[in-house]
Write a protein that binds this ligand. Structure first.
Ligand SMILES: Nc1ncnc2c1ncn2[C@@H]1O[C@H](COP(=O)(O)OP(=O)(O)O)[C@@H](O)[C@H]1O
Ligand SMILES: O=P(O)(O)OC[C@H](O)CO
Length: 534
């Protein structure tokens, strides 16, 4: 065995919706080593989407092990990894037993829309009894909706974890029993993974990070505390909830594996991770990440901006325990890359995701086809759980190539819709959009986005922004390389590699014609599925 060099690196575990990766970065954000694996997706009923929490854990540990082996093959000792960060798909909900440390059911994934009736129940409750905002003072109807948004930044939706957890308790006897007997532990993916990496049932810590917590419908967005009024409204006992922690601090140490003893110093939801990784740390900066879904986050600095146009207010990051949080406005699009995956896995139109670019480029336009990719209803800015996937404008002329192109246009149209809301809420027009995520690997995807959206699309060369975000937070927690999240200037040398800009070329008139047709297609898709699968 050759003598291995000692370096100083930071690791990032990125637990996404379809794959997990562990990436080792140096101080400039060069990737020194990485390993990635996809994991199984379960769709047991229409509208349902599940993950096996144990599979996520196993794959996470395997990625760490393999990336460390590759680091050593490259001549570096694994002790060079000084700290790790974790970033994750956000609203996906895990319920496990305090006594055994084992999951009580499969995780309900953020895309899953089985909870429509649960949402309807709470909408009714809000409209009638209302929410008790002060002792004895209830807000009902529109005032109740406003009060909920004021506390959480969110609206009632199948998307958020609190609703998914309520459904688990109401529908799985094991989860209900655990809740009743105070054996239940709830967490989003960062919480589950940290619990296991720090020892699981043998001393593992039960923490929840604030950006992830801001997606539960249980967090007070201003105070960054679990809000008792919401616990009463949704009827949860407090003891099931993880201890809240900031996005950057040493939470604990890895209890096993090749990085045993290394501190975990950064936790962040993946979309906020990408915001941080793109160094959009100040008011007015924005990015959009195109993975399974697409998520446009606009940093609003120290202010919480309430959206009047279908966006969410969310925590962007909290740079340390007790530190003032930074907030963001978010437009969440449920389906982006997952529609490409669907064309590959269910329709057989393509053999690999990247092939969609060649297929779509083989025709000049969609031949009049529009695809509203409402596989689990529509999220921002439409928020219609009853919207159904809709392909419209089909004719004998239509080929898979037209549908492939319409699939990419669907993401571009939804991005434009979110940007229009963001313009109204923030009174700022973005001159360009910084992008990353798996779908941005395709040039044709980027050209269609620029053309249909009508804005410049800026794609950085190093696009592992999500992982980089959690690495920056982790490094900052131990002041590795002098990084300090509360002083953005200390990150100036990170990821200064170039970027490529895609400009719109389509005539304005054609773009507007397409946009008008898209809006008509969305109207036809809305309200189609009135809970037939509950
Ligand atoms: N070359 C490509 N062109 C277009 N889409 C792609 C390409 N490569 C991957 N994708 C899409 O990107 C998605 C994966 O991106 P990723 O950022 O890893 O997602 P996640 O974090 O949600 O798991 C897949 O849904 C896939 O369809
Ligand atoms: O894992 P991604 O990139 O699909 O992101 C999922 C989001 O966090 C869901 O809100």
């Amino acid at each position: 065995m050759p003598i291995l060099k000692q370096g100083e690196f930071v690791g990032s575990l990125d637990c996404g919706t379809t794959s997990v990766r562990f990436i080792v970065f140096d101080q400039y954000a060069n990737i020194v080593s990485q390993h990635q694996s996809e994991f199984p997706q379960y769709y047991p009923n229409p509208g349902w989407h599940e993950h096996d929490p144990e599979e996520i854990q196993e794959i996470s540990e395997e990625c760490i092990t393999q990336a460390c082996a590759k680091l050593e093959e490259a001549g570096w000792a694994k002790e060079s990894v000084k700290v790790i960060g974790i970033t994750n798909q956000r609203e996906t909900t895990v319920a496990w037993s305090r006594a055994t440390g084992e999951p009580l059911c499969k995780a309900i994934v953020w895309t899953d829309s089985r909870t429509k009736n649960t949402v309807a129940h709470f909408e009714h409750l809000l409209a009638t009894t209302g929410i008790e905002v002060e002792p004895g003072q209830f807000k009902t109807g529109e005032e109740g909706v406003e009060a909920l948004r004021d506390i959480t930044g969110l609206k009632l939706s199948t998307y958020f974890s609190g609703i998914k957890l309520r459904w688990m308790i109401d529908n799985y006897s094991e989860v209900q029993k655990a809740h009743d007997e105070d054996d239940l532990l709830f967490g989003t993916i960062e919480s589950w993974v940290v619990y296991n990496l720090t020892g699981g049932v043998q001393g593992g810590i039960h923490v929840g990070e604030v950006t992830n917590a801001s997606r539960t419908l249980l967090l007070n967005l201003r105070k960054l505390t679990w809000d008792e009024r919401l616990l009463t409204f949704f009827d949860f006992r407090q003891s099931i909830l993880p201890k809240l922690v900031s996005s950057s601090e040493v939470y604990g140490h890895l209890s096993h594996g090749p990085l045993k003893g290394v501190p975990i110093g950064g936790l962040i939801g993946d979309q906020q991770g990408a915001l941080v990784g793109n160094k959009c740390l100040c008011q007015g900066e924005a990015k959009c990440t195109y993975g399974t879904g697409a998520f446009l986050l606009f940093c609003t600095g120290k202010d919480i901006v309430n959206s009047g146009h279908g966006l969410l207010s969310t925590v962007a990051y909290q740079p340390g325990p007790g530190a003032a949080p930074v907030y963001a406005l978010e437009g969440s699009i449920g389906v982006a890359g997952s529609a490409i995956k669907w064309l590959r896995d269910s329709m057989g139109f393509i053999k690999s995701a990247s092939e969609i670019n060649t297929l779509a480029a083989s025709v000049p336009d969609t031949g009049g086809v529009y695809f509203v990719t409402a596989f689990s209803g529509l999220l921002a800015p439409y928020w219609d759980p009853g919207a159904a996937g809709l392909l419209i404008g089909l004719s004998s002329y239509t080929t898979p190539a037209h549908i492939a192109r319409a699939t990419m246009e669907a993401t571009a149209f939804q991005t434009r819709a979110v940007l229009e809301s963001m313009k109204l809420d923030s009174r700022t027009k973005l001159e360009h959009l910084k992008v990353d995520g798996g779908m941005t690997n395709g040039d044709v995807c980027m050209e269609i986005l620029a053309d249909m959206g009508g804005f410049d699309v800026v794609r950085p060369d190093m696009r592992e922004s999500t992982a980089l975000g959690s690495a920056l937070l982790a490094g900052s927690a131990i002041r590795l390389f002098g990084w300090d999240m509360s002083k953005p200037a200390t990150l100036a040398e990170v990821n200064t590699k170039g970027s490529r800009t895609f400009n719109p070329h389509m005539p304005e008139e054609d773009r507007e014609k397409g946009w008008t047709a898209w809006l008509r297609a969305v109207e036809r898709s809305k309200g189609w599925d009135e809970g037939v699968y509950e």
